[in-house]
Design a protein around this ligand. Structure first.
Ligand SMILES: NC(=O)c1ccc[n+]([C@@H]2O[C@H](COP(=O)([O-])OP(=O)(O)OC[C@H]3O[C@@H](n4cnc5c(N)ncnc54)[C@H](OP(=O)(O)O)[C@@H]3O)[C@@H](O)[C@H]2O)c1
Length: 256
């Protein structure tokens, strides 16, 4: 169990994490389970999810594996049925699945553009539309959408990614207003550069890696476990008055 995660704060809660097969999603799933939640692990890769489930189980946590492509309406509908039957209503929904295609706008095909928007933005619409109705009425609910520092600033080659992640903040604000009367909070986490597979092309390129490190005031890549601790906090009772906002966790990147 991560040393900085409050113990069993989320006991009895049912959580779903999309993109839980690796990276930040895996870290959040591990932290939520360590805090007592039963976690539905979702991605397209059953083998990787089983590995995450086994590692959570070996630490005494509870998690189940569900495969789905969250950008597809039919998959999300099937997922909703499977998770609800197996675990009951989802109370914590972490929309974390995401992709990045780094190239200049004029070089994007329409299919590439749509795949980024469908995976990063439309999936959140589909997931919230499916899981929110059963979240209502219990006096507790938490939705966290993974945005990015690219929702706040940008870089060359990030037009599709920045568009999708900036739109997530608008989606979150509107949904927060719709769900506040039900005591469901909706927030975004905007990570800066974290050392995950998504950033391998940068980390493995010595020049790009040095350039990135020079741009992070903290002087290091983020540690995925820090995102897990933040997610647990946002799901706790202590954060019940935080909604419709965005928490940037970036080692100072956006402060420059
Ligand atoms: N790492 C960073 O520095 C950083 C910074 C800002 C924001 N973020 C955001 O944080 C989130 C997680 O990033 P990460 O770095 O952990 O990425 P990652 O290591 O590349 O993992 C991405 C996850 O998303 C899942 N996924 C992608 N497309 C999917 C789809 N259509 N259906 C279901 N699952 C899908 C992948 O699962 P499968 O391949 O197994 O399906 C994987 O579990 C993303 O939304 C990303 O944009 C990351």
């Amino acid at each position: 169990m991560p040393a900085n995660t409050p113990t069993q704060e989320l006991a009895g809660k049912i959580a779903l994490v999309s993109g839980a097969s690796k990276g930040l999603g895996q870290a959040m799933a591990v932290s939520l389970a360590a805090a007592g939640a039963t976690v539905a692990l979702v991605s397209r890769d059953a083998a990787r999810l089983q590995h995450v489930r086994d590692s959570i189980a070996s630490s005494g946590g509870a998690a189940s594996v569900f495969t789905a492509d969250v950008s597809l309406e039919s998959d999300v509908q099937r997922l909703h049925g499977e998770v609800s039957s197996a675990l009951g209503p989802v109370q914590i929904l972490i929309n974390n699945a995401g992709i990045n295609i780094r190239k200049n706008l004029v070089d994007f095909s329409l299919d590439e553009w749509r795949s980024v928007l469908d995976t990063n933005l439309t999936s959140v619409f589909l997931m919230c539309r499916a899981f929110v109705p059963a979240m209502r009425g219990s006096g507790y609910g938490r939705i966290i959408n993974l945005a990015s520092i690219m929702s706040h600033v940008s870089l060359p080659g990030r037009s599709a990614y920045s568009s999708s992640k900036t739109a997530l903040l608008g989606l979150g604000r509107a949904l927060a207003l719709e769900l506040a009367p039900d005591s469901i909070t909706v927030n975004a986490i905007s990570p800066g550069p974290f050392a995950t597979d998504m950033n391998l092309p940068l980390i493995q390129n010595p020049e790009a890696n040095a350039q990135f490190l020079a741009g992070i005031p903290a002087g290091r890549w983020g540690n995925p476990a820090d995102i897990g601790s933040l997610a647990v906090y946002l799901c706790s009772d202590a954060a019940s008055f935080i909604t419709g906002t965005d928490i940037v966790i970036d080692g100072g990147w956006c402060a420059k």
